[in-house]
Design a protein around this ligand. Sequence first.
Ligand code: XMP
Length: 333
Amino acid sequence: MEFARRPENMERITTLAQAEAFIEEQVKLVREQVGDGKVLLALSGGVDSSVVAALLIRAIGRQLVCVHVNHGLMRKGESEAVIEVFGKELDANLVYVDATDRFLNLLEGVSDPEKKRKIIGGEFIKVFDEEAAKLSGISFLAQGTIYPDILESIKAAESGKPVKSHHNVGGLPDEMAMELVEPVKLLFKDEVRVVGEALGLPHAMVYRQPVPGPGLGVRCLGAITRDRLHALREADAILREEFDLSGLAEHVWQYFISIPDIKSVGVKDEMRYEGWPAIIRAVNTTDAMTATIEEIPYPVLHKVTDRITSEVEGINRVLYDLTPKPTGTIEWE
Ligand code: XMP
């Protein structure tokens, strides 16, 4: 397998001026590659796919078709941000698919984390394929492959270990008669962010913390129920708001809430109140293989606890997970 390699003398993109030059060059290359053809992109709202979308809109406008699949496991406001930024502000050719019921119905009663991941991943491909089949004349598939994805695959191929190729890397299955468009494949994440800023994407989108593909699906622990998923989404939004206000969001690598499938006895308005605990996780890492705990200041913890227990229906306790990785993993599932 031939992998694209970053030239040794390629300058690192750290300034907006460098990003502008990169964008200009890519716009030209994409126009040359695509001509008047149509390009399809799965737009999750994550950093890489968002930057690729904005770049391709700059290059080919509505020849790009973005498909955003809302699997019902998005964090609060994520799909809305995609619609606002791409559908409205950038006037993208955006297909929005609300597949919430499909995913949640399939996941009903499924508590095994790996089964949950398989169902979410498999259904995602199905929904995306169905949408692609409805479109005609698509000859290109854009992907938000970045250089670390390629490096990971090169490492796996060179070590001779059973291939752990990155899902983005290695071309398309033969039966897909589409050519790949991967404009940021030689960039590192920090460079992609600078390019995103130069393209005028919102700061929150460009500096978004990593979110697992299955989203809240692996944070609503055990079998997902709609009421617990709703509580999780609201509690997670409160944590993010308070991290933004306190400045923690600027430097903490990943922070989120998980809610286990257990209830404890509590009290509210002088009445017995059985509810779920919301578990705060806030970690720092460079490669996600190991992670340390962010020491959240107590006043922030108190405020988050007060807000979650008073504002979110169904939660009566807030816990703070102090376990580094190892022995914990970053996610609970
Ligand atoms: P763990 O929990 O293994 O997580 O310490 C390491 C990093 O990977 C993310 N993660 C996922 N990302 N699909 C993804 O795209 C997944 O199924 C998945 N599980 C974990 C996790 O959020 C962390 O950044």
